[in-house]
Design a protein around this ligand. Sequence first.
Ligand code: NAI
Length: 210
Amino acid sequence: MKIPKPTVKRLAVYYRCLDNMLNEGKTYVSSKELAERLKIKSSQVRKDLSYFGEFGKRGVGYNVKNLIAELKKIIGIDRRWRVVVVGAGNIGRAITNYPGLYKNRFDVIAVFDSDPAKIGLSAGVAGPVKPMSDLKEVVSSKKVEIGVIAVPAEAAQDVAEQLVDAGVKGIVNFAPVTIDVSPEIVVEDVDITVSFKTLAYHLRKYGKNR
Ligand code: NAI
């Protein structure tokens, strides 16, 4: 069955919310409570989860620990993922050293850059910045599946091709351009300006009545 993309995105949000609830000591949660926290409809929560099975008990709700374990399996974070970052600039370094990634089971094992002045400098948790000439060897020997593009827009397509050629299966692209790779490679674009533009749209549309 094809799962809608927004559902998959919401699963990650449910996971984050449940993880916070577990830390607060909650054992059971109803779809209503989960929905209220996330400011969405409880029917949406039930529908999203129903794609994957029956997790809750009527009247009792979901066991938080069990649902977290199920979501881990569904999302694919019941295992760790190895990640390489290309571009040791502001974004590349911020991603590499974001503890939330490690906590969510994504290990940035190396950072690459084409600037000779940056090679060998510390990239934080991933050790010294490596030259692009090492990309293929590192990706294949360490069985890396995910690549992050954190280079300027004009270099993004070339870096994408190098990542695919090295053997990564998925790319998170921070550069503000659409990259063109073969369809079996999964690409996720991240762009903070899209959030700002969405916000601006809503402020413009509803702001006059505030
Ligand atoms: P930066 O200039 O600090 O870092 C870019 C790094 O990429 C530099 O170290 C440079 O040497 C390296 N680089 C350039 N060409 C390369 C190549 N062909 N191969 C390997 N490395 C190469 O830039 P910053 O601020 O880290 O931004 C990186 C990218 O992220 C840009 O495309 C920027 O537009 C984008 N960006 C995206 C955001 C988002 O929300 N997705 C937010 C901010 C920036």
